[in-house]
Design a protein around this ligand. Structure first.
Ligand code: F6P
Length: 527
């Protein structure tokens, strides 16, 4: 029986420090001039500022000791060595190998790397063919539109990367840019809205499914197949318009999809970790092979950083341990991700699957019932839109939440007025962190209302409604520009954050048995 996390000596020491630390308001902590020295870390093109977290050096030291005692560093070596750390499925979790191009001696071995690189080049070559308008449909017109069918990890990752790269000043769109649509939901309206924008004889369908058994995706596939035929595509020509991405090529073949248009990845890639693989094909088509290679390079840079940086400078380790501190010791039930870049509008949804499908577990690796709170509820979206929608609860609600602010120093928005837009985003990005941390006391509020000339009895009556307790823990991850590299580093940082937390909680981050029962019951209802 593995030791329960709560039985670890470091866990008990942190418990002993928690009450006092919880009492120390961020207003006070942020007065310390020395704080910036140890709460800012830069790596792989990202800057992490965790000065607005309710931690001090002593707690950070104990959190690092907790990671050590829980075996984070040993398990990290196992992850990168391709050991079967996904113990309930007997598989490795080798998503780092997908971005290991060019490593002389990858810890997972040359053989795996060679396989990965061959498939990557196949995908990139196909993407280039589509982008060069060399792929011709049944009427010999060039394909210029892509419909991607997939759900969960077969949708969220490539969709998020496509959208982010479409908002990147570092990624130049082609003069005749292919349009890439994503459909995940089986509600016919989702597909109908897309089909009415597409000309069948110029459209490529990509069916993405690791298992190639997902009912929603296969239902959508059947309907798009019907659409091709109804649009005049001869049965024998459909193959020119359909590609597949899967870990089960034989199943794709059984659905009539040609091998030369079937791109595969491996069982040791979890769906929510698969954006780096052939699953990234629609993003390769929309953003281009060069941008995708840079995305991979950003992930690889973060992998190197995670494996080599000392704990106090290790971004994924810090993200993971601060998450444990907030979740298990300050007891914040939810974790909010606020993105301050339009290109990251789908980033939170992507992390929701990565975090909640990985750490939404309540059994330890050895099968014993969980003894700690595990993965938080992850929510959020575009920060500025959230300020006008649900930030009220973050400021004055009764659900404490920890918050990640993700910002881009230079958005480089293409409008001639770019300066004004970037400035509005930047001041909100900083103001919200400070407002949530510092708050506004009753005395400060009363003084403000009096200063504004409010009648005394109104000021006294309204002040309690306008006090801000503050003390909401947040951290900021910023990048200079939303480049493919920075995005890759950001995604890999969150992957390894989730890994760190899973080891501290002693749970398996890489299976997802919880999705099974619903599917089984839906299948039983099919007749
Ligand atoms: O049901 C959950 C899940 O299996 C995810 O883990 C996965 O990303 C998604 O469904 C899609 O699965 P597939 O890629 O096999 O269609």
């Amino acid at each position: 029986m593995d030791p329960k996390p709560t039985q670890l000596a470091a866990w008990k020491r942190i418990q002993g420090l928690t009450e006092e630390a919880a009492q120390e308001h961020l207003r006070h902590l942020l007065r310390d001039p020395d704080r910036a020295r140890w709460t800012r870390v830069e790596a792989a093109g990202l800057q992490l500022d965790f000065s607005h977290q309710k931690v001090n050096p002593a707690i950070l030291e104990q959190l690092t000791a907790l990671a050590d005692e829980a075996g984070v560093f040993e398990r990290r070596a196992s992850l990168f060595a391709g050991e079967p750390i996904n113990t309930t499925e007997g598989r490795p979790a080798l998503h780092p190998a997908l971005r290991g191009q060019g490593q002389a001696h990858p810890p997972w071995g040359q053989h795996i790397q060679a396989e990965v690189d061959v498939e990557l080049e196949r995908c990139l070559a196909f993407a280039s063919t589509v982008r060069a308008r060399e792929l011709l449909g049944w009427s010999d017109k060039p394909i210029d539109t892509v419909i991607n069918l997939g759900i969960g990890g077969s949708d969220l990752g490539p969709r998020m990367v496509s959208e982010a790269m479409a908002c990147s000043p570092a990624v130049r769109p082609l003069p005749q840019h292919p349009t890439v649509h994503y459909v995940s939901n089986p509600d016919g309206w989702a597909l109908a809205h897309v089909l009415r924008q597409c000309a069948a004889d110029r459209t490529l369908l990509i069916v993405q499914s690791k298992s190639f058994t997902t009912q929603e995706t296969l239902t959508l596939f059947a309907s798009v197949r019907r659409w091709f035929l109804d649009s005049g595509c001869p049965e024998e020509c459909i193959g020119r318009h359909v590609a597949a991405v899967t870990a089960n090529p034989s199943k794709a073949e059984a659905h009539g999809i040609a091998r030369d248009k079937t791109f595969h990845f491996w069982e040791w890639v979890g769906g929510r970790y698969s954006v780096w693989s052939a699953i990234g094909l629609p993003a390769m088509i929309s953003a281009g092979p060069e941008a995708f290679r840079e995305f991979l390079a950003g992930g690889a840079a973060m992998d190197q950083h995670f494996q080599t940086a000392p704990p106090a400078q290790n971004i994924p380790l810090l993200l993971g341990l601060l998450g444990v501190w907030n979740r298990n010791f300050l007891r914040t039930p939810t974790h909010h991700i606020a993105a301050y870049a339009y290109g990251l509008q789908r980033f939170t949804a992507f992390i929701q699957q990565m975090d909640m499908e990985s750490n939404g577990k309540r059994v330890h690796l050895d099968g014993s019932p969980i003894g700690v709170l595990t993965g938080p509820i992850v929510w959020g979206g575009l920060g500025i839109d959230g300020q006008h929608a649900y930030f009220q609860l973050l400021h004055q609600g009764t659900h404490p939440s920890s918050i990640d602010f993700i910002g881009v120093q230079s958005l480089g928005s293409p409008l001639p007025l770019g300066g004004d837009h970037d400035h509005v985003v930047a001041i909100n990005f900083q103001a919200q962190q400070d407002a949530l941390a510092l708050g506004r006391t009753h005395a400060e509020t009363l003084a403000l209302l009096r200063e504004q000339g409010m009648a005394e009895d109104d000021a006294v009556r309204l002040a309690p409604h306008r006090v801000f307790d503050g003390d909401v823990p947040s951290l900021a991850i910023t990048m200079k520009q939303l480049t493919p590299q920075a995005l890759g580093a950001l995604v890999a940082a969150y992957e390894h954050k989730v890994f760190v937390q899973s080891v501290v909680w002693n749970i398996n981050a890489y299976d997802q048995w919880g999705v099974e029962l619903g599917k089984t019951m839906a299948k039983a209802l099919e007749p």
